[in-house]
Design a protein around this ligand. Structure first.
Ligand code: NAI
Length: 469
């Protein structure tokens, strides 16, 4: 192998296929293409060294090439062991982007790749580090923050699962090989932009403890992210994944969606559109009431396991479907998760039963009484594990927020404290505006008289910050 090779992908010869699909995706990602047009000359990300940890898909390739078109250098890994599209990774590597992502990589490789995206040192500059993080789920941020804490002499808590065992192993190896480097990195990092609900939850917890060493932008809670990607994205990608994984007839089946937040709402709609009758479980009375008034039966998981054929977790919580639940399900029930981590379903509690991999992403698990269930993507997020994630158009909306957040943090870090922020509403509205023309939307203009009457500026922002859409 080439000693200078600075990437790990499945098969570099897939690059042309990847490039062809990237070209198609670009036609569906008007927000990102507009940012290239608007900022290409000014190069606001010149000097940015972005450590990026986000599903290495075709859509992410268009994000990466937007960041580099604006002047950034990036080092990239995926944020889930099953989500990489190998042809997208190959196209990036072929274009000189250091990318470390293979669909189906081991957990050990996953965490070693997180180390690789933080290693910006070179022969002529051993001290060079990242100065930005772009994260999805918080793994990269956790790696850097824990690295600095270990270097300061702190002990990590004992690992609780395979994920944490590999994370701690990779982190300790990194710290041993490059002592002090992650402390230097954390000092140099101007900020992190975080993509998803679960990662944002982790950031708020760290900020609450006063341990956030740089500002963070919560991209998830831009309206044009969570009310679009989490909702309309899952509405398309959930049944796509179940169909590709199982070829099951959806019409007439009874499905259960755990959690009726943004992802749950999209997932329930996805299954209903497929002809399934859908039940919902919730802990929050507001979301339970929404589900009921949207026409879904709201039940407990104990009730659902008796009646449903398909189960989807969408809570961002843990132990939502337990081993006991799965033992009580019907023969050939389909079980999957669309939330960020695999802990929503107690997959490891099934280790002692018989697993048969029907194809990558589809496992038949048989219990001692001969009853079987189908587990998809080994409990990891099913739409990226068994299908190709959300369509490009909705990811354009998410990633336009990501790019604006990176520009904001890189160019105006001093305006922010070490806390978690959302992008201002005028930028949220801008992201939406960039996606209208592609859909043939004609917006109505407020007259000055009307603007005065409802008390908003004629050119927006059109809603107060507390408005919920
Ligand atoms: P959310 O906070 O809007 O919704 C989660 C819902 O689950 C809440 O309404 C909560 O009350 C409910 N819940 C919590 N514990 C529960 C339990 N034990 N039983 C039943 N319901 C429970 O969060 P959002 O945005 O819907 O995200 C959910 C998860 O999906 C997160 O992990 C997020 O990171 C992930 N996500 C996945 C995407 C994908 O493409 N697969 C896209 C976007 C987010």
């Amino acid at each position: 192998a080439d000693a200078k090779q600075d990437y790990i992908v499945k098969d570099i010869s897939l690059a042309e296929y990847g490039r062809d699909e990237i070209a198609i995706a670009e036609t569906e990602m008007p927000g990102l293409m507009a940012l290239r047009e608007e900022y290409g000359e000014a190069q606001p990300l010149k000097g940015a060294r972005i450590t990026g940890s986000l599903h290495m898909t075709i859509q992410t390739a268009v994000l990466i090439e937007t960041l580099t078109a604006l002047g950034a250098d990036v080092r990239w890994a995926t944020c889930n062991i099953y989500s990489t599209q190998d042809h997208a990774a190959a196209a990036m590597a072929a274009n000189g982007v250091p990318v470390f992502a293979v669909k189906g990589e081991s957990l050990a490789d996953y965490w070693d790749y997180v180390g690789k995206i933080f290693d910006w040192s070179s022969d002529d500059d051993a001290d060079r580090t990242a100065n930005m993080i772009l994260d999805d789920g918080g793994d990269a941020t956790m790696f850097a923050l824990w690295g600095a804490r270990i270097e300061a002499g702190e002990e990590m808590p004992a690992p609780q699962n395979a994920e944490e065992i590999e994370m701690q192993r990779a982190l300790k190896a990194f710290v041993k090989a490059k002592p002090g480097y992650l402390t230097k990195s954390v000092k140099a990092i101007k900020g992190v932009s975080e993509e998803t609900t679960t990662g944002v939850m982790r950031l708020y917890q760290i900020a609450k403890q006063g341990k956030l060493p740089f500002p963070a932008i919560n991209v998830n809670d831009s309206v044009t992210k969570s009310k679009f990607d989490n909702l309309y994205g899952c509405k398309e990608s959930l049944v796509d994944a179940i169909r590709r994984a199982t070829d099951v007839m959806l019409a007439g089946k009874v499905a259960c969606v755990a959690g009726y937040g943004d992802v749950g709402k999209g997932s329930a709609a996805s299954l209903r559109d497929g002809g399934a009758r859908v039940m919902v479980t919730e802990i929050d009375p507001i979301c339970a009431l929404q589900a009921a008034m949207d026409g879904f039966e709201v039940v407990t998981m104990e009730e659902a396991v008796k009646r449903c054929d398909i189960f989807v977790t969408a809570t961002g919580n843990e132990d939502v479907i337990t081993a006991e639940h799965m033992k009580a399900m019907k023969h050939m029930a389909i079980v999957c998760n669309i939330g960020h981590f695999d802990s929503e379903i107690q997959i490891s509690a099934l280790d002692n039963y018989t697993w048969k991999e029907i194809k990558p992403g589809t496992d038949l698990v048989t219990f001692p009484d001969d009853k079987s269930i189908l587990v998809l993507a080994k409990g990891r997020l099913v739409n990226l594990g068994c299908a190709t994630g959300h369509p490009s158009f909705v990811m354009s909306s998410s990633f336009t927020n990501q790019t604006l957040a990176q520009i904001e943090l890189f160019t105006k870090a001093d305006d922010y404290k070490n806390d978690v922020y959302v992008l201002p509403k005028h930028l949220d509205e801008k992201v939406a505006a960039l996606h209208l023309e592609k859909l043939g939307v004609t917006l109505t203009q407020l007259s000055q008289k009307q603007a005065d009457y409802i008390g908003v500026p004629q050119q927006g922002p059109f809603k107060p910050d507390h408005y919920r859409y």
